[in-house]
Design a protein around this ligand. Structure first.
Ligand SMILES: NC(=O)c1ccc[n+]([C@@H]2O[C@H](COP(=O)([O-])OP(=O)(O)OC[C@H]3O[C@@H](n4cnc5c(N)ncnc54)[C@H](OP(=O)(O)O)[C@@H]3O)[C@@H](O)[C@H]2O)c1
Length: 339
């Protein structure tokens, strides 16, 4: 059995591009006892991959990708082609963590990515399989658990979500709306802002046409209670300025500095002055919330209360370009590669 896979050829020092990767064919063995062979059909493209393309990934995070090796730890959906593992049969749709390749041998009992990447049969009777890489998978879990760690599942407050038309942001925004918050959303194009205005937010702003701090002061002059931070840098600084007393920040990511030198907020004393809580979190470490999230978000999706967008790239060879486009802000919703 031959499998096509993407490998890292070179660590990017600035903006990532297809030149940092290569596509190779490798031999796959037959599945052994307890293993399944999966033909991958959808694979995920995430900003966190850029952190793992550094020589050393941030401490505590998923590990850096070694050069010239398969890229393990990327969420993926596929179909079981052959199984020697109990509970998995030919034809099952599954998720696992061996993405950016056409086929994978997966050990059915091996825990992967804190659970979100452990081999699992998916119910696709009423659900498109790729939703399990988006709203019903790690993206939904990240959005939902971020609001949970910020103690914001009860509604009734003003919440700002940045990168709000992206995979996590679009879900955090709409979940917050469904929970009864007044939501401010920010994104980087007029089209994204227009889309956000249609999903029930109080205001949507374009950080590329107006300094984000000024935009926040204009649309939320009374301040914000909760900030769901996907961006870091100047956005986090603006949030600290805009925060009300006892505000909370869910620190989901800082995509503005994944490809450049980070610049921290210059106003950190406001955390003390306003008695703020800044909570870093990893969606994958809140696996216990998966079923609760799937029930709520799945219901809102089917009722048409949450809208899901995706940017689909066809063919494994397009995965590096998809990553570069996503980091440049050229994609909307969840960025995926269809194999
Ligand atoms: N904590 C966790 O467990 C966890 C899990 C998944 C993802 N994350 C984090 O969540 C964030 C969003 O991830 P995602 O998968 O949903 O990606 P995404 O939002 O679909 O794509 C990234 C987006 O970031 C925006 N962006 C890029 N550079 C920016 C800059 N300098 N300033 C402001 N915005 C910028 C772009 O949108 P614009 O057009 O709006 O600029 C881009 O589309 C990332 O920080 C990621 O690392 C965290």
């Amino acid at each position: 059995m031959r499998s096509t896979q993407i490998q890292v050829q070179d660590h990017p020092s600035g903006v990532v591009g297809p030149e940092h990767f290569r596509q190779v064919e490798v031999d796959l063995p037959d599945p052994g006892p307890g293993q399944v062979l999966v033909r991958n059909t959808w694979t995920s493209v995430d900003p966190g991959l850029r952190l793992r393309l550094r020589r050393h990934a941030p401490a505590g995070y998923f590990t850096a990708f070694p050069l010239g090796q398969p890229m393990d730890g990327i969420l993926t959906v596929g179909e079981v082609v052959a199984s020697r593992a109990e509970g998995f049969a030919e034809g099952d749709t599954v998720w696992h963590s061996f993405g950016w390749r056409s086929h994978a041998i997966v050990d059915a009992t091996a825990d992967a990515m804190n659970g979100v990447g452990t081999l699992r049969v998916l119910d696709t009777r009423d659900t498109p399989p790729q939703w399990y890489l988006g709203p019903l998978g790690a993206m939904g879990l990240t959005a939902y658990s971020g609001l949970a760690v910020a103690n914001a599942l009860d509604g009734g407050e003003r919440v700002w979500v940045s990168a709000a038309a992206g995979a996590v942001g679009a879900l955090a925004t709409q979940i917050a709306v469904q929970l009864g918050h007044r939501v401010i959303a920010s994104a980087g194009t007029a089209a994204k802002v227009a889309w956000l205005r249609e999903v029930g937010v109080e205001a949507a702003v374009d950080y590329r046409t107006e300094p984000i701090g000024e935009a926040l002061a204009r649309v939320a002059p009374d301040g914000i209670d909760v900030y769901f931070d996907n961006v870091g840098g100047d956005h986090l600084e603006a949030a600290l300025d805009a925060m009300r007393m006892f505000g909370r920040v869910a620190m989901c990511g800082s995509v503005s500095d994944y490809e450049s030198t980070p610049s921290g907020p210059s106003n950190l004393f406001l955390v003390t002055a306003k008695h703020l809580t800044l909570s870093g979190f990893r969606g994958s470490l809140h696996f216990d919330l998966l079923e609760e999230m799937q029930a709520k978000v799945g219901g809102w999706l089917r009722e048409g209360k949450i809208h899901y967008q995706e940017s689909v790239y066809d063919g494994l060879d397009q995965a590096p370009a998809a990553l570069a486009d996503m980091l440049a802000g050229l994609t909307v919703g969840k960025t995926l590669v269809r194999l």
